[in-house]
Design a binder for this molecule. Structure first.
Ligand code: 4AD
Ligand code: MG
Length: 491
């Protein structure tokens, strides 16, 4: 290990901090950014970071060589790596050569070592990743994707790339952005009567890749994707973004919701088991308040990781959940009523009391009429359930609430058309809507039910919500490098 490290031209700060040779090592070179400079008499102590570790590398530079080592500068330092008894790190770099590769005006550099509020840092998304904690969050994202990719490969799921520009609103919630070219000069209408715009009719940014994943699952079996999705929601909350990543999986030839929930559970358990001992999670647990973000306390963050590692997450039906909430009705601002969506105060209560504040909780079988058109109706609802329900679930985690949702899909043609008619998505041609507008751009989706559509189901995890939860970040606006939400899209 020593040989291989010392022979490489440049080593990351993280690698160097792990390297504890018994003898002094000469000609060690490291690239990075000056985080802080502390002047002693003849020397300066320079803290150098490169995003690879929360802790900086300590470098000792002779005062006459340190002139251009200003906070924020991109530098290459060469020197000897020597043990430094008594210092906070076991070794330090005694610098013999300083190269400033990108100077910085320290007086105007906005990222400071002292505590800076998340709100302030959010005003400069192009520089925010230079704060140590934001670098940890970037590494967490990268490692989580690697771990999930491995999980799905291990289960023989095919990773796919469904489209971003679509012809329909998957969730039917009317929260789609439309796509038009900047210089859209309408062409003459086509012979078939469609509008003369770029794609000949209205197109949208996808709100979920699910419908296309269903088509792919019908060809190659189980599939998954991690895709950007877009929602024109005006919600000003810590959980909503206009652009976020959704991890979606679709399973073919499954007969009920249980295997879909099992997969969700196994996937998240595997993620936390893989990463909990990683250097990145260690950094998350040992960061200080000055490192650039307001994270939840370390014990709380550890509890979240361990919660995902637990077996047998509770599963409760919506109807039972509502009955439970009604017994505690005076705790809530909104009265829990069967047939209405769960408010976040209700979800919080369920996560706390059904999951013991530790395990995530699946709430299943919501009322049909508050859910998306594609969900399969429950065939044999339990007695006493007041109305039709669908085979679906929301996954709630303590404090944060919904991080995932999934369902069985209606795979039979006629029942699907019935729901689409009821919800006003499908209008028979006699009602005058020509071509694709007659089914909200979903003709192709209906078509899938005509030729070999097996029972299938899947889920979508709000990837940014999941990462915020696991990092202890208070709002999804701080887990995404360049966040977009209602009223904000700055660079
Ligand atoms: O619950 P949703 O809307 O489910 C779907 O879109 C399904 N088609 C998924 C599927 O079955 N394949 O969204 C899934 C998850 C939510 O549970 C939530 O975590 C996250 O996406 N989410 C958001 N995350 C950030 N900002 C928003 N505006 C979000 N809206 C949903
Ligand atoms: Mg949902």
């Amino acid at each position: 290990f020593h040989r291989s490290v010392s022979q490489r031209a440049n080593r990351s700060v993280a690698e160097l901090l792990q390297w504890r040779p018994a003898e002094k090592a000469e000609d060690v070179t490291v690239n990075g950014f000056v985080r802080s400079v502390r002047s002693m008499k003849a020397h300066q102590f320079v803290a150098l970071g490169d995003g690879s570790s929360l802790a900086p590398l300590q470098a000792l530079v002779r005062a006459d060589r340190a002139e251009d080592l200003t906070v924020g500068a991109a530098v290459r330092l060469t020197g000897s790596w020597v043990s430094s008894p008594g210092a906070s790190q076991s070794h330090e770099l005694h610098v013999s050569k300083v190269e400033v590769l990108g100077p910085s005006d320290a007086k105007t550099f906005p990222i400071q070592k002292k505590y800076q509020t998340p709100e302030y840092l959010r005003t400069m998304p192009h520089l925010r990743p230079r704060t140590p904690v934001n670098a940890v969050l970037l590494r967490l994202r990268s490692e989580a994707i690697a771990s999930l990719t491995q999980f799905f490969a291990g289960r023989s799921f095919t990773q796919t790339h469904p489209p971003i520009i679509t012809s329909s609103d998957c969730e039917g919630a009317g929260e789609v952005f439309t796509v038009t070219p900047a210089n859209d000069t309408p062409a003459p209408a086509d012979k078939d009567g469609s509008e003369g715009s770029f794609f000949r009719s209205k197109k949208y940014l996808t709100v979920s890749t699910q419908l296309h994943l269903e088509a792919l699952a019908q060809a190659v079996g189980n599939v998954w994707t991690l895709s950007p999705v877009f929602r024109a929601e005006k919600s000003d909350t810590s959980r909503h973004l206009s652009e976020f990543y959704m991890l979606e999986a679709e399973m073919s030839f499954v007969d009920g919701l249980s295997p879909v929930m099992d997969l969700t559970e196994d996937m998240l358990r595997s993620l936390s088991t893989n990463l909990i001992e990683s250097a990145t999670v260690r950094d998350l647990l040992f960061r200080s308040r000055t490192s650039g973000s307001d994270l939840a306390p370390a014990e709380e963050v550890r509890r979240r990781w361990e919660g995902l590692m637990r077996q047998d997450w509770p599963r409760i039906t919506y109807s039972d959940a509502v009955a439970l909430l009604q017994q505690k009705a005076d705790l809530f601002e909104h009265k829990p009523t069967w047939g209405a969506g769960l408010q976040s105060e209700h979800e919080k209560y369920l996560a706390e009391y059904v999951g013991g504040g530790e395990k995530p909780v699946f709430v299943t079988n919501y009322p049909r009429d508050i859910k998306a058109f594609y969900m399969r109706e429950t065939q044999a609802p339990a007695s006493g359930v007041p109305g039709p329900t669908v085979d679906c679930f929301d996954l709630l985690v303590p404090e944060f609430c919904e991080i995932a949702g999934g369902s069985m899909r209606e795979h039979r043609l006629d029942p699907l058309l019935d729901v689409m008619k009821r919800q006003g998505i499908f209008k028979p041609p006699s009602e005058g809507a020509p071509n694709e507008s007659s089914s909200g751009g979903l003709d192709w989706y209906v078509d899938l039910r005509r030729w070999g559509c097996p029972p299938h189901g899947g889920f979508g995890v709000g990837f940014d919500r999941l990462l915020s939860y696991l990092a202890g970040v208070q709002t999804v606006r701080d887990i995404v490098s360049f966040p977009r939400w209602h009223g904000r899209c700055d660079c």
